[in-house]
Design a protein around this ligand. Structure first.
Ligand code: DLZ
Length: 205
């Protein structure tokens, strides 16, 4: 059997960010659903799953980095009683002019089970589907995106799950999104990886 030996982790105390590309959206959609389904199955509260999108896989490292930055600001402003920012504020805004970003209603700071967490993200998932074409485009993007995502996770210390399919054909992508018979939805594995790494990051802190 392929994949890691299973471990079970409780995701109920975690906040998870997902950034997905919109290229190949008919394959992205089931991958996103698979990821979210496993997060929920592991106990992550729906209110603690934040989803944002970027145009293509090339934009994933920036999207993930900015989502992380948004959660840092939100975490520090809400603990100091200030306004909170959503990840979308930052994905749609400018890092050089944070003060001018639209503020959202301050999220509750209570740790009760129904309240959304205002903590920084415990793990992030980057989802994209790169399908090889006839030029070198695929190689450049796949290489840069994987290095970019690794850099974000090492620079921030927040696990970034590599949810990027790099495939030769559309059917290979569909199979890995679980939409072809006999396939398996890799998004489920990414959800499990996010919970495991989020839990272990807290343990290793
Ligand atoms: C341009 C492009 C191409 C040809 N193929 C893909 C792909 O298979 N998967 C994907 O996620 N994105 C693709 N893109 C878009 C680039 O990732 C990027 O969004 C654009 O080059 C704009 O920077």
């Amino acid at each position: 059997m392929k994949g890691p030996a299973p471990e079970h982790h409780d995701g109920s105390g975690l906040r998870i960010g997902i950034v997905h590309a919109r290229w190949n959206h008919e394959i992205i959609d089931p991958l996103l659903e698979g990821t979210k389904a496993k997060l929920l199955a592991c106990g992550v509260k729906e209110s603690n799953i934040v989803v944002e999108s970027v145009p293509g896989s090339w934009e994933l490292p920036t999207g993930v980095q900015r989502m992380f930055a948004a959660s840092q600001i939100q975490s520090s402003t809400s603990s100091s009683g200030g306004p909170s920012l959503s990840a979308g504020d930052l994905l749609g805004g400018s890092t050089s002019d944070l003060a001018s970003l639209t503020t959202t209603a301050a999220a509750p700071t209570s740790s009760s089970s129904s309240a959304p967490s205002t903590a920084a993200f415990d793990a992030l998932v980057a989802i994209g589907v790169l399908i090889k074409g006839e030029t070198m485009h695929f190689e450049y993007i796949a290489d840069s995106v994987s290095h970019g995502l690794m850099r974000v996770q090492l620079d921030t210390g927040v696990p970034v799950v590599f949810g990027v399919l790099t495939v030769l054909t559309e059917d290979q992508a569909k199979s890995r999104a679980g939409v072809l018979e006999g396939g398996h939805n890799h998004g489920e594995d990414w959800g499990l990886a996010a919970v495991e790494m989020g839990v272990k990051r807290k343990l290793w802190a």
